[in-house]
Every structure is written in C-alpha cells, then in structure tokens.
Design a protein around this ligand. Structure first.
Ligand code: ATP
Length: 668
C-alpha cells in the first residue's frame, strides 16, 4: 500500500512512502520540524504519536482550538485543513457534520461546506456505498496521516514548480472555497499534467530558424486550418466530384488573359478534398493536353515512391474531360498558405500596387483565393526596397540573407540528391515551382509533370540531371540578386559582382560551380562536398526546432481528453429524464456526479461570489480522467451532508452514467 507524498524538492519526482513503516512515521526530513505544527493536531486536534517520538510541535490544547480554520489564500488553507478524512471514507456513509472540536473552534459561524481537502490515501477503496449516517470518521492506525512528509506542511504553491507559467500565474490568484473553507491545491502528478519544458533546456525560447515563436506559430496554424476549410466563390463552374475528389477551390485566382502557365502550357492549381481520407490535396491541371498512351503515367509510379522533406509528394495522376477539355491532373500533397519562392523573394510590386510577375509575360496575379500569411510569418524580414518599383530594383543587392540562402541551398540540394539517386531528374528547379511551406522550409513542387508530358520523347535522364544543377545555379543567382533574370539578358557579370560584394566566397563558388557547363565532376555528390560545412548548422537548427515544437505539443497534450470529459459531463448532467430517477437523488449512487460538478465549477468565495479558477477546474478534470486515489470532500448544496470520495470513484460513476446513456441511444 503506498500513497503519493508531496515531492521533497521543486522537482516533479514523487516520493512513494510505505505508510506501514513505523519508523517513517516519525522521521523528520526537515531541520525545522520541531517548530512546525503537527499535522495531526491540525486535522484531528491531537496526535497519538506526541509522546512516541513525533518531532513536530504539539501546542497546548487551548492553542489548538483557538487556531483559525481558514485563511484568505490557498497557502493558508494548506495549513488549516479542518475535516477528518479516513482511509475508509469512501466506504463510509454520508457524513453529517456535527459540532466537533474543530467546528467549535471555528471563528466563523458559517457551517463547513464545499471544502477541497485532498488527502493522500493509502488504499484502493472498495466501491462506494452511500447511506445516510451520522457516523464520525475516527482516526485509525491504518490511516497513517502522520506519514505525510514534512513538506506537506508548506504552502502548496511555494515549492512545486511543475506548472506551466500560465497556470502558475493563475494559481497565485487567491482562491476561496466558501465562507468557512479553503481551497487547497494538490500538486499535480506528472502523469496527469505535463509541465512545459523550462526555457533553460531550449537554447531559444523565442522561436528559431525553422520554427516561429509560440504565438506566431499558433496563429499560422490557425490560418492554415482556416484556409484548408475555405470554400470557392460561386459561379466558377468547377466539377462537383472528380475521380474521388470534391470541393474544388482554385488556389490562385487569375484574370482570364493571364492564365497560369506550367512553363508553356496553361495550368491551374486547385485544392480538393479526397472522399476516401477527407484530406485536402493539390490538383494541378494541365489544360488542353491529350495523353496518347497509358504508359505515360509510368513516371507517376516512380515519383509516388519518393518521400523527402523537401519534395512535395506526388500521389496520383489521371486525365479528365470534366473541365470541358482534355486535361491532365497530377495530385500532390497540400500545404496550406504556402507561397512560391518567386512570390516571396522575386515578385515585384508594380506602380499600380498589384503584385506582378516579372518573367511571366506581363501576367498579373490578382491575389489568392485564400488568406496568405504575411511574409514575416515565415521569418522573411524583407528589405524595405522590396516594395520599390521594378526599375529601381534591377540588379540591386537586395537578395535574401545569407543564412536563409544556405538553408535553401542545403534543402534543395538534399531533394535533388534524393531524386537523382532514384534515377530521375527534378526538372522543376524554378522559383515558381519551389514552395515555402513553413519558416525557411522549402519543398520542390510540380514534380513528375514534365516526365508525363514528355514521356514519348525518350530523353536522356543524365542530361536532365545536369540541367537540374544548372537551374539550381540560376536560382541561387536570382535569389542573391533579387532578380529572376540575373543570369540572362547580359546581366551575368553585374550579378556576379553583386554576389562577390554581398555574399561570402562560398556562395559565389557554389553558384558558379552549379551554373558552369561541361565541368568534369559536376554532379550532386560534388555539390555536397562543397557545402558540407553548412550541413551541421542546418541540422542543429532543425533539431532545436524539433525541441520547440515538442514543447508546444506538450502544452496542448491534455486538451483532447479534457474536451471528451467535458462532453461526457454535458451529456449526463441535468438531464430532465433523470429528475425523477432515484439514482440521481440524494441517496442514489449518481448523486456524487452532481456534487462533483458543484465542486469543480460552482465554488464560491467567502463573499458568495463565483470563483472561476481555471487551474482548479483543469486539476480536477485531469485527476478525474486519470481516476486517482486522491480523495475529496463533496458537500451538498444545503451544507447538511458531505461525501468523501476518491476521483477513482467519481470516474466510475461518470463512466457508468455515460455508458447507460450510450447504451440507451444505441438501442433506440
Ligand atoms: N502543394 C501545394 N500546396 C499548396 N499550395 C501550392 C502547392 N503547390 C503550389 N501551390 C500554390 O499554388 C499557387 C500556384 O502555383 P504555381 O506552381 O502555378 O505557381 P505560379 O507562381 O503561378 O507559377 P506559374 O507562373 O508557372 O504558373 C502558388 O501560390 C503556390 O503557392
């Protein structure tokens, strides 16, 4: 038989004490035990070990009875508990408080009510049996209240640091349980509530290279979720259902003469939900393209095997006439609110104020059908000149910061390596086809389309792989010079100058190596030899980002189970059909649920005002969900009776009531 005692230090470790060990009953663990009032005296008015070695202070009887029974704060409450609780309390009948030595001593005339007295309990109680009785719970040898660690006498908030700062803050608010009662908060067991990782364990508590600070991160995720559920404008004449996909929404809204192009073919990108798994996907439609042979889909099979953190996964492809033409559709994973590198780094703002593609033959993108995060969301603190006119920006050193550039280089190189090793070529290393899906996280998209489109041309993969590296080099030039045409139109020399002046020698070397033609050792392996000095930085930042994300997850871990529990409460509490059910009356076994609801949600302060202490609610619900042995005293609304029950018992009642309801609803 064991029970949990308050941790001896600020750590979350819980010491398990065997209450049957006589020695431990009297072993002090703190130097000042002699000055500390014996807990038994406070609870029972006397200590049976007073003359048998108990080292705590045993005040004279008059002092005991004149001690205040409650204070205005939880801290005081911890030292002025008033009600007797026995280990067998749960089996005991309803307790009707009588004038006891403690209540006599109370300075307040108000009766005992709604007290939270969470006493450690040594036993696993038998099922509750609640009958009216006036029996007083006496202290027996087996109860071992004196087993409480000396630390138990302390302010419950003072030592335990296992709460997240938000909750800790909340718990400092003075909490009143009732006119003559105090709310005493038990420390949470670590398996009930997981504290946030202290910031000292994380090198950056304000976000890192890959992860936004907590607040921003939550907002970004909310926005993504919102975008994923947004619907299309009416009148777009989109198919209702196509090959198992429904709810089509165009991702970019473009004016008709400025149709989006997949290089030289008209292309539209939709989001649609798959009926099988309910997940949104991206469907890239190549308009007016007639596929002549089924074998053209062979590359899709090869691409669908490729899983890499920097490649947008390819799922399937099909042809359709649902858009009143012959269209090719390739399906990809969907990353809500992602933006192309072109949009983030190279798109220029025209004097009219509309964003304008530079290399798209004057096409104008009017906007997104979904909300697009501001650029700072992904950590791109762009130079102010980003909003200046195109002519002013020609070949000016407004490229991206070198740290971000290296991050892109490493990620894209890693993706290329994976594809080349699979015997394929990417063929879409282009700022308009690489999407930014998170803070400094890039993914190469639109893979496989070229392979399907040119299936019958039997082209040489090695030369395409060589092209990939050259495209990669051009992309680096474009990003450094903030100009998509940095390597064409006679801009090359000027661009090189800009890179030499603005970036490190390593950037210049890799850019020149990639863009070079006919280099004898030009392959992705050599690229990695050149950039291996940068890999560790990426790895460190990625791992740090993982720590941050895990930390974020921890703070949300309990949500689901609490919501489930609250739903159950909602189902079973105050049902009109239970009004005449004897099980819910004061003598019924379900009465406990009513009282518990009052205990959790309907506490009042000493002035009778409602107490809305969230941490009290969360603590209670977590303990209920875990079904701990810890006991609490539930007091009837008329203050005339109370029950001492464990969370385990309450959980049993809640489960039983809910399963009754579920059974009834399923047999209908
Ligand atoms: N897998 C994806 N998940 C979410 N959004 C995507 C995905 N792939 C592309 N997008 C978005 O779809 C939009 C259109 O993509 P597209 O590749 O057509 O870019 P583009 O800039 O219009 O290029 P182009 O000018 O060649 O048509 C872009 O805003 C892009 O962010």
């Amino acid at each position: 038989m064991a029970f949990f005692a308050r941790p001896a230090s600020a750590s979350a470790a819980v010491r398990i004490v065997n209450p049957n060990t006589q020695n431990e009953l009297v072993q002090p663990t703190r130097k000042d035990s002699g000055q500390r009032r014996c807990r038994n005296v406070m609870i029972y008015g006397f200590c049976k070990y007073e003359d048998k070695g108990c080292v705590y202070y045993h005040p004279p009887a008059e002092e005991v009875f004149s001690a205040p029974l409650r204070s205005a704060s939880p801290a005081a409450a911890a030292t002025t508990g008033t009600s007797p609780i026995s280990a067998h309390a749960v089996n005991a009948p309803v307790f009707v408080p009588k004038a006891s030595s403690l209540s006599l001593a109370s300075s307040s005339p108000a009766p005992v009510n709604r007290q939270s007295l969470a006493s450690p309990t040594p036993s696993s109680p038998a099922p509750p049996d609640y009958h009216q009785s006036t029996e007083h719970y006496s202290y027996s040898d087996s109860e071992q209240v004196a087993d409480l660690e000396p630390q138990y006498y302390d302010d419950p908030q003072a030592q335990y640091t296992g709460y997240s700062s938000a909750y800790a803050q909340n718990m400092e608010v003075p909490f009143y349980a009732g006119p003559s009662q105090m709310y005493m908060s038990e420390p949470l067991d670590h398996h009930l509530y997981t504290p946030a990782i202290p910031s000292t364990f994380i090198s950056s508590s304000t976000g890192n290279h890959f992860v936004n600070p907590s607040l921003e991160l939550r907002q970004i995720l909310q926005e993504r979720s919102h975008t994923s559920r947004s619907s299309a404008l009416l009148g777009l004449n989109l198919p209702e259902e196509l090959q198992g996909y429904h709810t089509f929404v165009p991702i970019d809204t473009v004016s008709p003469p400025d149709r989006k192009k997949f290089f030289n073919l008209n292309s539209v990108v939709y989001r649609a939900v798959n009926s099988t798994d309910g997940i949104p996907y991206v469907l890239r439609r190549i308009e007016n393209f007639r596929l002549m042979q089924q074998a053209a889909f062979n590359p899709i099979e090869a691409w669908s095997q490729i899983r890499h953190p920097n490649i947008v996964p390819v799922h399937e492809a099909f042809t359709t006439r649902a858009f009143n033409d012959n269209s090719l559709i390739v399906v990809y994973s969907y990353y809500a609110n992602s933006q192309t590198l072109f949009d983030v780094h190279l798109k220029h703002v025209s004097p009219s104020g509309y964003p304008q593609h530079q290399n798209g033959g004057g096409r104008i993108t009017l906007g997104h059908s979904h909300s697009v995060p501001s650029l700072t969301h992904y950590g791109q603190h762009l130079p102010s000149s980003f909003t200046t006119s195109q002519s002013m920006r020609q070949l000016t050193p407004n490229g991206i910061p070198e740290r971000i550039l290296w991050s892109y280089i490493v990620q894209i190189a890693s993706a290329i390596k994976r594809v080349h090793e699979a015997g394929l070529a990417v063929r879409t290393i282009d700022a308009t086809k690489i999407i930014l899906t998170g803070k400094n996280r890039v993914r190469i998209g639109s893979c496989a389309v070229w392979d399907v489109l040119t299936y019958d041309q039997h082209l040489d993969v090695v030369s395409f792989q060589h092209d990939d590296l050259q495209q990669f080099g051009r992309l680096i030039f474009a990003l450094c010079c903030n100009n998509p045409q940095a390597t064409t139109n006679g801009n090359f020399q000027k661009s090189l100058e800009i890179i030499s002046k603005t970036y490190s020698h390593d950037v210049k070397s890799i850019a020149l190596f990639l863009i070079s033609k006919n280099h004898p050792h030009k392959n992705i392996g050599t690229v990695f030899e050149m950039i291996n000095g940068k890999l560790l930085t990426e790895l460190d930042d990625a791992l740090e980002g993982m720590d941050l994300l895990e930390n974020e997850m921890l703070s949300e871990l309990e949500n689901a189970r609490l919501v489930r529990l609250l739903c159950k409460f909602g189902f079973i509490n105050e049902r009109p059909e239970f009004a005449r059910d004897s099980r819910w009356s004061e003598t019924g076994d379900r009465y406990i649920i009513k009282l518990f609801r009052d205990y959790v949600f309907h506490q009042i302060d000493e002035h009778g005002n409602p107490v809305t202490n969230m941490s009290h609610v969360l603590t209670c619900l977590n303990k209920l969900d875990a079904g701990t042995e810890e006991k609490i005293m539930l007091i009837a609304r008329d203050d005339q009776s109370c029950l001492v029950v464990s969370y385990k018992d309450i959980k049993t009642c809640v489960e039983a009531a809910f399963s009754d309801l579920s059974r009834a609803s399923s047999t209908r």
